[in-house]
Design a protein around this ligand. Sequence first.
Ligand code: ATP
Ligand code: MG
Length: 326
Amino acid sequence: MKLFLKNHAVLIFLFLFQGGFVFFYYWFAGMQTFTHLFYILGVQLLALALYLSYKWYEEHRVYQWIGSDQKDTEIPFLGTSEFCSELYEKHMELSRLHHRKIHDMESKLEDRVTYMNQWVHQVKTPLSVINLIIQEEDEPVFKQIKKEVQQIEYGLETLLYSSRLDLFERDFKIEAVSLDELLNSLIQRYKRYFIQHRVYPNKQVPAEDAVIYSDRKWLRFSIGQVITNAVKYSSGRSERIDLTIFRKGERIILEIKDYGIGIPSQDVKRVFEPYYTGENGRRFQESTGIGLYLVKEIAEKLNHDVSIDSEEGKETTVQFSFLTKM
Ligand code: ATP
Ligand code: MG
């Protein structure tokens, strides 16, 4: 209503001005009786009120729609007047154009992700062959090659997941996941990594199985990122990382704790930002700062909480917090 009145303010002002002007004109002209004048002004006022009422009846939906804080891209029915129909048509046309653009962009993105997937798989095959060839070799040079190949494999995995993240909505499945089983499969997966860095997982799980609802593939990748960080940044300082599952009220917590270099207090707040590697990153050549950013993004999409706490030179703790119900 406010917007409607504002929109017609000039008309109302003009009417009042004209009424006032006519009244004073006759006053100064020395007219004795005002009955006719009041009659004319009254009829005009009635005409204006009728006009505004009609306008409000026809267009009130438009004003209500503009005034509402509805974020929906769909436009509601605005009325049958010429103006409302035109406005509706125009909006629908723009909306269709918008949807087509988004669709084009999404299919381009999908092409790129498909290309990236194929490319990663192409590179993975020769890497597996290299692994197979040097499997039995024990000389230091081969150990070094194994380590480098592993590094490339982890890098490729991160690349794959970061490119898929843009199409997350089309590529996830929420199901019951046993955290204990997931940890076991990750420990198996990173077995060589633990041995290389001489840091070993110490798992503590509750007697009853901790089952949460999540997407197994994305969650496995996220926890894997945190575990490799814990190992990478504690190697040479401590031989143990603690993987603990416990209940906290309605939630189940998975805690990954290492006793390594820790994170300077000014960096802790920023480690979830993309490409942020802070002071530790400058000391480690393999730091890209993308891992924890992906962890945070994935956790948000899966409706989990993830937090990090650290004391420089002492320890770092990352906690994943899950709801036990869907
Ligand atoms: P990558 O993208 O290969 O994972 P990264 O490990 O440097 O590289 P993130 O996993 O995003 O990147 O971590 C961001 C930064 O947070 C790291 O560069 C490091 O400075 C700090 N950090 C993360 N985890 C730990 C940890 N457990 N101990 C000490 N510092 C850590
Ligand atoms: Mg990392």
